[in-house]
Design a protein around this ligand. Structure first.
Ligand SMILES: Cc1ncc(COP(=O)(O)O)c(C=O)c1O
Length: 449
C-alpha cells in the first residue's frame, strides 16, 4: 500500500470517542473557540481539546448473532442466512431488485466488470479523483482506464469532458460518487445511452446518497459499495453489488461463487469461469445490525454538514464542495473543500493543515493525482498490455492522459474532514469552523512564522 494511503487509513482510524447525541442549541463559535487568540501552532490554546467520535460504532446488538454464527459454526454464507438476509434488506433500502454481497468493494467492481464482459482491448472512462481500486480493477481486466478530468467545484468526474474521450473501444463509464457527493447522473446516463455504454456506479463512498430521490447505485447497470472499516456502513471489509438487471446479477452471482449456478450454490457443477468473493456470515451480522441506523446517521451527517457549510463558505478562501442540482442527498463520507492560499496570506495548504491539526481538528489533503502514479506506466509496460494494445495506441493514451484541474485540486487545494466528525453535535461544527476562522484571522502571522 502506498505511503499516502497508509497515512489516510491511519488518519481515518486515529480519532476517539464522543457521543452521537444531536444538536444542543448552537453557540456561536467565536468566543468559545478562542478564535481571536494566538494559533496553537504558534503557542496559543487550541480551539478543540476533546477527541471526535470513534468509528466504527460498536452496537451491543451485534453480540448475540455474532455468537450464534460462531458457535453454530455457520461462518460461511453457504452455511447460514445472515448474508442473504442482509442482501434482501439492503436491496430494499436501495430500491432495487437484487443485491449480492462481496468480500470488499474492489471485488464488487470486479464482479460488475466481469458480469458486463468488459475485458482485454476495451476502454473504460474513470475519474482520476478516487481510491486506486477504481482504476486497478480496470487494469485487471486488461482494459484501459481513460481519465476524465475532475470538476473542481464538486470534486466529481466532469460530465462535460466525457464525450471527447469516447472512442470505438469505449465500453463503460465508472462514475465515482466521491466523498458521498453525487456525480451528474443525468448527463452521464444520457451520454451512456447515446454511445451504448455500460455504467458501473462506484458508490463505495456513497451509501444512502440520492440523485433525484433515488439511491445512488440504483441508476447505472450496477452499483458497487464498500463496507471497509472507514465507510459509512462498515463490516471491517465487505462490499455489495446492486442492480435491477436480474440476468446480469445471475451471471455476477455465479462469477462471485466459483462459477456455480445461482440456484445450485453447493454443487460441484460450474457453468462459468468464476472466483470466490463471498462475504462471511460474521460480516453479514455486523451489516444487518447497522441497517436500522443508516437513515438516522445519514440525516445527522447531512444536517451537520449543511450547518458547517453555512459557516465555512463565509470564510474567504474556503470553498465547500458544491452539489449538482439533481443531488437530493449527499452521504458525506468526506466533507471536502477547496483551500485558496492567496486568501490566507500565501500560507500553503500543508501549513494550513498543520495549524488546523494543532487546533484539534483532524484533516487530510486527500488523494494524489492517480493518473500520474507509477502504476499506470508499469501496467502499460506489462506483457499483457503490450500484447493487447499497439504501441501507437498506448503512446496516444500517454499523451492524452492529462487532467490539469485534478492536478491542482490534489496538489494545492483539496482538504477533507471525515464522516464521523459530522456525527457529533453543532458545537463540534462550531469548533471546526472556528478553527478555520482563527487560522484565517492569523494568516499573516502564520505566513511569517
Ligand atoms: C471510491 C472507492 N472505490 C473502491 C473502493 C474499494 O473498496 P474496498 O476497500 O472495500 O475494496 C473504495 C474503498 O476505499 C473506494 O473508496
Amino acid at each position: 500500500m502506498k505511503k499516502s494511503e497508509i497515512q489516510r487509513r491511519r488518519f481515518l482510524q486515529s480519532t476517539t470517542a464522543a457521543g452521537l447525541a444531536l444538536a444542543a442549541p448552537s453557540v456561536w463559535a467565536s468566543e468559545k473557540a478562542g478564535e481571536d487568540g494566538a494559533l496553537a501552532l504558534l503557542g496559543g490554546k487550541p480551539v478543540r481539546t476533546k477527541p471526535f467520535l470513534s468509528w466504527p460504532i460498536i452496537d451491543e446488538s451485534f453480540e448475540s448473532d455474532w455468537a450464534d454464527v460462531l458457535h453454530k459454526r455457520g461462518w460461511c454464507r453457504l452455511n447460514g442466512d445472515y448474508v442473504s438476509r442482509f442482501e434482501k434488506e439492503y436491496a430494499q433500502i436501495m430500491g432495487v431488485q437484487d443485491c449480492i454481497a462481496t468480500c470488499n468493494g474492489t471485488n464488487a467492481l470486479i464482479g460488475s466488470l466481469n458480469g458486463l464482459e468488459i475485458g482485454p482491448g476495451d476502454e473504460v472512462l474513470v475519474p482520476p479523483y478516487t481510491f486506486v481500486a477504481t482504476i486497478n480493477v480496470v487494469f485487471m481486466q486488461h482494459a484501459l482506464p481513460v481519465f476524465i478530468d475532475t470538476d473542481p467545484k464538486t470534486f466529481q468526474m466532469d460530465p462535460d469532458k466525457i464525450e471527447e474521450r469516447i472512442t470505438d473501444r469505449t465500453r463503460a463509464i465508472i462514475p465515482v460518487h466521491l466523498g458521498g457527493n453525487v456525480c451528474d447522473l443525468d448527463k452521464i446516463m444520457a451520454i451512456a445511452k447515446k454511445h451504448n455504454l455500460a455504467v458501473i456506479e462506484d458508490a463505495c463512498q456513497a451509501h444512502m446518497a440520492e440523485w433525484k430521490g433515488k439511491k445512488v447505485g440504483s441508476i447505472g447497470n450496477t452499483g458497487c459499495f464498500s463496507f471497509q472499516v472507514t465507510k459509512n456502513l462498515s463490516s471491517g471489509e465487505g462490499g455489495a453489488i446492486i442492480s435491477n438487471d436480474m440476468k446480469l446479477m445471475d451471471r455476477i452471482y455465479s462469477y462471485h461463487s466459483n462459477g456455480r449456478e445461482r440456484t445450485n450454490t453447493y454443487g460441484f457443477r460450474y457453468i462459468n469461469n468464476g472466483t470466490n468473493m463471498r462475504m462471511t456470515e460474521f460480516q453479514g451480522v455486523l451489516l444487518l445490525h447497522q441497517l436500522g441506523k443508516l437513515e438516522e446517521r445519514a440525516r445527522i451527517r447531512e444536517e451537520n454538514a449543511a450547518y458547517l457549510t453555512e459557516q465555512l463558505k463565509e470564510i474567504p478562501g474556503i470553498a465547500p464542495a458544491e452539489m449538482y442540482e439533481g443531488c437530493t442527498r449527499n452521504a458525506y463520507h468526506l466533507y471536502m473543500f477547496r483551500y485558496d492560499s492567496s486568501q490566507f496570506a500565501g500560507v500553503p495548504r500543508s501549513k494550513f493543515m498543520q495549524a488546523l491539526r494543532k487546533e484539534g481538528i483532524v484533516c487530510s489533503s486527500g488523494y494524489s493525482p492517480l493518473n500520474k502514479e507509477p502504476f499506470i506506466e508499469s501496467s502499460l509496460n506489462s506483457r499483457a498490455f503490450q500484447t493487447v494494445f499497439s504501441e501507437e495506441h498506448l503512446n496516444r493514451y500517454r499523451k492524452e492522459n492529462q487532467c490539469p484541474a485534478n492536478d491542482r485540486l490534489c496538489n494545492e487545494e483539496a482538504v477533507w474532514f471525515l464522516q464521523f466528525m459530522l456525527l457529533g453535535d453543532r458545537s463540534d461544527m462550531d469548533e471546526i469552523a472556528g478553527a478555520v476562522r482563527k487560522i484565517h484571522h492569523n494568516a499573516q502571522k502564520l505566513a511569517q512564522a
